[in-house]
Write a protein that binds this ligand. Sequence first.
Ligand code: C2E
Ligand code: MG
Ligand code: MG
Ligand code: MG
Length: 276
Amino acid sequence: GFGALGFLLGGFLSVIGYLLRRRPKPMNARLRHALQSNQLTMVFQPIVDLHTGRMISAEALIRWTDREGRTIPPDVFVSAAEKNGTAGEITAYVLRYVSRIAGPLLRDNPELVITVNIVAADLSDPKFYEILEQIFVASGIARHQIGLELTERSVAEQDVAIAAIARLRALGHPIYLDDFGTGYSSLAQLHDLNLDVIKLDRAFTNSVGTGSVSVSIVPQVLEMATALGLRVVVEGIETDTQYSYFASAPNHCYGQGWFISKPLSYDALVAFKAEH
Ligand code: C2E
Ligand code: MG
Ligand code: MG
Ligand code: MG
């Protein structure tokens, strides 16, 4: 009966569980190998001024396709690397990659910014600051052209974050708070952090045109950001309704999302920039 079946299934699952636990951190071993053998690439998603349609920046997003042709989502392997203490290697890889590949575009467009996602551990890692020194020596890229995206979670250690952000801004890097609205930042905390830009999480964007309640707080969030002197990038714009909602908002917004452009190869980004 079911009892016997359940017993067999339970045994089977615990054997599988044992085997999985016994393997030496498979994700991180594969990730390290992928980093060393250049299996990771970057795509770039344009960010436009919603009033003019002009591209003012782009977000660098990492992509991993393993040798079996499987893609591993970045949030999965980045958080695995964070747990294992190796996420700094991803940041180093991304900074080097971006400064190498995007040099021509950034030199041709001195106001253009490329943003890179960093992790909490970077903020107190001397290697992170060393790499930031190195990549600007030969590249001809200005500091203000590399923006750094931090999540609310990564600024949870308030004192560390305040000091690190001050240091990075003094070097010239614009600081972006990613996925804003998904964490628990208070107004006062936002003010103390001294950010340049907040990226409104796409949960808010999705609420536009769906009748969801969270749409009713969007105008206040935009108003508050403006009052704090922060620029706003609206994430995840997928429809023309969402685009026009934020384009006609009383507070000036920038936007990113599939309706504007999917993440692009570097060559496609250069072509997009030529048209925007
Ligand atoms: P994120 O930094 O919030 O990046 C935005 C994510 O939203 C990207 O997913 C992007 O492809 C996706 N997206 C953009 N427009 C739309 C849209 O209109 N609709 C929807 N549904 N999604 C949209 P992606 O590339 O899968 O990255 C997921 C997360 O992984 C990122 O979230 C970031 O937290 C992390 N990540 C990606 N690349 C890197 C990296 O190079 N370093 C680090 N540390 N983290 C990264
Ligand atoms: Mg981001
Ligand atoms: Mg985001
Ligand atoms: Mg996100």
